[in-house]
Unconditional design. Structure first.
Length: 168
């Protein structure tokens, strides 16, 4: 349906707007690397005419923009890698395939959202809820946190995309 490419476009636009740090993560780092670094990002950077201007650092796994902005690629499946993620703060955090990620990990990641003064923080998730008991369904559809607290009206919005919504 294009959820991932749409969210990555937003993050790239934020990188171009001003120097900033962003995170794209999945449950497994190997999946993030394969789907984001070797598939979606190269295609999107080419479409945007940025493929020669943005470079992928394969030792630390981040994209670097000419203005100093970075998009870090991470996984939550390894303690050392997760601690590395937690060592930074980000203007945008994108959890790709959030249905695979625990709510405890989501809460932990939220502590790392700390944008610059001129950029509003964004915490973005794409997911396919596996059941009505999943934390994503509770938060976005039933408007309550897993612990039962209500979700504030001005927080946690969702947009539904299906493959038939984007045939191209």
């Amino acid at each position: 349906s294009g959820k991932t490419i749409l969210i990555l476009f937003v993050i790239i636009f934020r990188c171009l707007f001003m120097p900033s740090r962003h995170l794209v993560t999945r449950f497994r780092f190997s999946h993030a690397k394969q789907s984001i670094c070797f598939d979606t990002m190269p295609k999107l950077l080419k479409i945007m005419g940025l493929e020669k201007k943005v470079r992928l650092n394969k030792s630390e796994w981040f994209y670097e923009f000419p203005n100093g902005s970075t998009i870090w690629i991470g996984g939550l499946d390894d303690k050392e890698r997760t601690e590395k993620i937690l060592g930074n703060e980000y203007a945008t955090i994108f959890v790709n395939e959030g249905s695979q990620v625990s709510y405890a990990s989501i809460e932990m990641l939220m502590t790392r959202l700390n944008p610059t003064e001129r950029m509003r923080g964004k915490f973005l998730i794409d997911y396919n809820p596996p059941s009505k008991k999943h934390w994503g369904y509770l938060i976005f559809h039933l408007r309550k946190f897993p612990d039962g607290r209500p979700v504030p009206d001005d927080d946690f919005a969702y947009y539904k995309l299906n493959p038939e919504d984007n045939p191209h």
